[in-house]
Design a protein around this ligand. Structure first.
Ligand code: DQA
Length: 145
């Protein structure tokens, strides 16, 4: 089973960026945790981060034929990007949306996701653990299918 993890803008700054909101774990540390969990689940993992909307759209387009499912933390693009939504509609690859912070406990602009209704489900608010919970949920769903 192949799973891609797609990370959007500013997530490369985790660890330094608003630690009271996002915690002190860096993206590289999260990647290491997720790779370890993926090995335990016998899942092949691909990891990607970009600060650019078009690059995230390209990465979603590449999912077709390349991944059985995806974990997506689209960061701020979650709330704004119809291009991202359209790409997800085009590829029809099952995915879990995830966030470190609880987007519903934050500013009202963050309460809406333009991709959540396309997702299998959404994991939000568990810090770095959100990635592990999302992986477990995705793998469980793919294996049940
Ligand atoms: C985020 C939440 C978004 O609202 C924000 O723009 C991010 C990170 C999270 O993981 O909590 O950059 O996706």
């Amino acid at each position: 089973m192949r799973v891609s993890v797609l990370n959007g803008p500013n997530l490369n700054l985790l660890g330094q960026r608003e630690p009271e909101v996002y915690g002190r774990t860096t993206l590289a540390e999260i990647e290491a945790m997720v790779r370890q969990a993926a090995r335990e689940h016998e899942v092949e993992l691909d990891w990607f981060q970009t600060n650019h909307e078009g690059a995230l759209v390209d990465a979603v387009q590449r999912l077709k034929g390349q991944a059985d499912g995806a974990l997506i933390n689209a960061a701020s693009l979650t709330h704004t990007s119809l291009a991202l939504r359209d790409a997800l509609l085009a590829v029809q690859v099952p995915f879990v949306e995830l966030h470190l912070s609880n987007i519903f406990a934050r500013e009202s602009e963050r309460h809406h996701s333009v991709i959540a209704d396309l997702a299998i489900g959404v994991v939000t608010g568990f810090g770095a653990q959100s990635y592990l919970l999302a992986l477990q949920a995705l793998v469980g769903r793919l294996r049940a299918a």
